[in-house]
Ligand binder design. Sequence first.
Ligand SMILES: [Zn+2]
Length: 264
Amino acid sequence: MKIKRWIVNSLFINLIGILLYPCLLIYKRVYPYQGTVILLFHDPYSKNFESIIKYLKKNYRIISFGEFKDYFLKGKNPPENSIIITFDDGFKSVYKEAFPVILREKIPIMVYLISNSLEGKTMKYHSMETIHYLSLKDIKKMQKSTFVAFGSHTKSHRCLSSLSLKERGNEIRGSKHVIEKMIGEKIEDFSFPYGGFNTFSNEDITILKKAGYKTAVINVGGTNSKNTNPCLLRRVCIGKNHNKYVVELFLYGLLHKLIGVWKP
Ligand SMILES: [Zn+2]
């Protein structure tokens, strides 16, 4: 699985994206884009992000997570050709690199925050390098724009499957409480840290629902329709260096299907 993930996430994939693009054009005629793909970004570069967004805007309909939810929770399929942009972790680069693009292009995004980062608590995960998170000031500015919605990505970004029942409850309920209090907005959407099927359980979904969450996103590639479980929404992870060809390849799940990490 690690090699599969490396293929999907490495820069080498950009070359594959360019080489496979003519095949993709044929594939798209036979299998048109269906369902809604939710894209997952973490740490964007402004130039690359802008080129992806411009390309997506031209070819798809970028809708807000709220609009998607309105259709979805009423048992209706979201509009044709729609895609959603989300960010996990709430890194500073969302404000510095992506937000100016969002304002220029007027596109809606969803950002899942780790509540400990809002409270200034130190966290060690992913790597030992210093990670900069969004400040409350950044969040307020983004809220004011009305293009940015927020959700929870737990308190400490620990893998839920490694925690006790009590700790999991605290991560799920506690983060909701802290984020709501700090940003003054109701939080109903959740993102599982790491997001693979082995990183959470059905018990966690029950805790989520009881806590008042309406949706949860995972990190497993696939499309979403009215039949998808609202607490198991599929997402496609886009690396910070991935080009627009790779993004389009991912939207159709071509490569994911080949290596078996795509759940329709
Ligand atoms: Zn994360």
